[in-house]
Design a protein around this ligand. Structure first.
Ligand code: PMV
Length: 331
């Protein structure tokens, strides 16, 4: 089933462009990771995942009519070549929604995620783009449909439609329309996320290729859906009971289990750099000394620390460059 065939059924009979469509979406960090697709065209996952959104850190996207009839994509103030991978992905995504409308668009995206933090921006990028498209063409899509369509741009973008703790349900329909994210009605005011930068260079193997390689070549991957399902349950309990140790232990073990499946792939896939391993040991040492700090990692060398507000000062002295995010900030 093709993306355009799925989307078509949810669009108004006639698409009319407005003057501008603008939206912001937060980045997110998964505590139970999405790793492996059961359908690569629609980005349907093999397992459900759970994340926390990064409040004000994310992407802002604005769509207007193109001044010269050519689709244009501007990222952080720089116009992207029309045949670049980035511009093509953005324009292809918009084309899913503009139907027969011939009007070309200008898309401007700004990421306020500190580039130094080495955080991926595809999740917030596609979520903000989906919301801006909805606004620009006045589609009035329901939140779960916004999430399901953002997922077609990048799986983790399904979760960036919402704030706070978010679960992406895997669903089982062939068209994927039951594979969308839902926000959990729970917050955690003193939860903190620390970004530890190891490297910011673009990775050689992106998450799409990495997942495919793992699913196809790692026998160890067979245990991943079981691990993810068990971790998801533990995370729900941890969030419900505000049990930070359970949250941290589960997130760290989940991330390391995902990386174990990558390492067991062929050719092997190891996103860690020596500095990543050094940071892991530092965290384990701090924990042995009684500090409640855990980490998680995505398809890259950088670490994301999980800790509570009361330990912020100790963590800043251990990691002076730490960028701290307050996911449940009230202002
Ligand atoms: O959304 P994608 O295709 O960039 O994949 C994200 C994969 C991980 O970041 C490793 C895990 C996750 O759930 O975010």
């Amino acid at each position: 089933m093709r993306k355009e065939d799925v989307v078509k059924g949810y669009l108004p009979a006639t698409i009319v462009a407005g003057e501008r469509g603008e939206a912001f979406a937060p980045s997110n960090i998964a505590l139970c990771k999405y790793w492996g697709k059961r359908n690569r065209e629609l980005n349907l996952p093999i397992n459900a995942s759970l994340s926390v959104s990064l409040a004000h850190l994310g992407s802002k996207t604005c769509i207007t009519e193109s001044p010269d009839g050519v689709d244009r994509v501007i990222l952080n103030g720089e116009e992207q070549a029309g045949d670049s991978k980035f511009a093509r992905k953005v324009v292809d995504f918009i084309s899913l929604f503009r139907g027969d409308l011939k009007q070309a668009v200008q898309v401007e995206t700004e990421n306020n995620i500190p580039t130094a933090a080495g955080l991926a921006s595809s999740a917030s990028g596609f979520a903000a783009l989906m919301l801006a498209v909805d606004h620009f063409y006045d589609l009035k899509l329901a939140p779960q449909h916004l999430s399901a369509f953002a997922r077609m741009g990048s799986g983790s973008a399904s979760r960036s439609i919402f704030n706070g703790f978010v679960e992406w349900q895997m669903g089982n329909r062939e068209d994927g329309m039951d594979s969308f994210a839902v926000p959990l009605d729970r917050d955690w005011a003193d939860l903190r996320i620390g970004l530890v930068k190891v490297a910011t260079a673009e990775k050689k193997v992106d998450s799409r290729a990495g997942m495919q390689r793992t699913v196809e070549s790692a026998h160890l991957y067979q245990s991943w859906p079981l691990q993810a399902a068990a971790d998801l349950e533990k995370l729900h309990i941890a969030i419900e009971q505000q049990d930070f140790m359970l949250l941290g232990e589960t997130a760290e073990q989940n991330a390391l289990s995902m990386h174990a499946t990558m390492i067991a792939s062929w050719p092997p896939l190891l996103y860690w750099q020596p500095e990543s391993v050094a940071a892991m040991h530092k965290i384990w040492d701090l924990r042995a000394q009684g500090l409640q700090v855990y980490f998680t990692m995505d398809a890259g060398p950088n670490l994301k620390l999980l800790f509570l507000e009361q330990d912020s000062a100790d963590l800043i002295s251990a990691f002076p460059e730490l960028e701290i995010v307050t996911p449940f900030a009230t202002t």
